[in-house]
Design a protein around this ligand. Structure first.
Ligand code: PGA
Length: 250
């Protein structure tokens, strides 16, 4: 099974257009990956969730109909006076299947390794899935500190029965910059991650994220150990997202 995740962030997406363009590509291709070969996830805001979940439920298109919807963040708290935050209980109540945690844009805003772990714990308690993001800044890469940095992110998260359900390796300098990481860097990060997971006996698909587009998806998905991608900018357009999906073969 391969995975393709859209992270719409705080962008506005015209859901009617997105659906139409996505389905146009799916219907025009005879060998578009089936739902048991490629899992599609869209991470979106709550308003879009409300609208898109209805469209998905009523869609006659078998691929569109199987898209799972996730949040982009979750609170580490149970409930209470936490203005603007959303608890995992609430996500579950409205039907959201899980959430991204540890995205670098949230880490930049104050999510420490401890907070990311606590968010993972809350999702687990409510039986929701996590998409756990890790990745180094350019300075860390240049100072050759990538391995210890990634291992620290992994170690502080994988404890007390918390572990990634999907793990996205996203080098910070490749996110939203149009500058994807080269295959060699992705490969070396993937082997650091896979060695760690194997040692801890954790099975979880490893994804790459950072400027994935229809022109580099084939190269990225062919890297050994990569089970899918997390896509920001190129997922805002239903056509692009479907083209990327069509190029992922299991
Ligand atoms: P990008 O975003 O594809 O626009 O680089 C990736 C992400 O934020 O995860």
């Amino acid at each position: 099974m391969k995975y393709l995740i859209a992270n719409w962030k705080m962008n506005s997406v015209d859901l009617d257009v997105w659906e139409r363009e996505f389905i146009n590509v799916v219907s025009s291709q005879n060998n578009f990956p089936k739902s048991d070969e490629l899992k599609l996830i869209v991470c979106l805001n709550l308003y879009d969730y409300y609208v898109l979940s209805k469209k998905i439920k009523s869609s006659k298109n078998a691929i569109f109909n199987k898209i799972s919807l996730f949040a982009q963040d979750v609170s580490q708290h149970e409930e209470g006076a936490f203005t603007g935050q959303i608890s995992s209980k609430f996500l579950k109540k409205v039907g959201i299947k899980g959430s991204i945690i540890g995205h670098s844009e949230l880490r930049e805003n104050g999510d420490s390794e401890k907070i990311v772990f606590e968010k993972g714990l809350k999702l687990k308690e409510d039986e929701l899935s996590n998409i756990f993001c890790i990745g180094e800044a350019l300075e860390i890469l240049e100072n050759k500190n990538k391995k210890s940095f990634l291992l620290n992110q992994l170690k502080t998260f994988c404890k007390n029965n918390v572990s990634p359900d999907l793990l996205a390796y996203e080098p910070i300098w490749a996110i939203g910059t149009g500058k994807e990481a080269d295959s060699e860097n992705i490969s070396s990060s993937v082997s650091i991650i896979l060695d760690f997971l194997e040692e801890k006996k954790i099975y979880c698909p490893v994804l790459y994220g950072g400027s994935v587009s229809k022109s580099n998806i084939e190269e990225i998905i062919s890297i050994p150990g990569i089970d899918g991608c997390l896509v920001g900018n190129s997922s805002l357009d239903g056509e692009q997202f479907a083209i990327i999906a069509s190029k992922i073969k299991s």
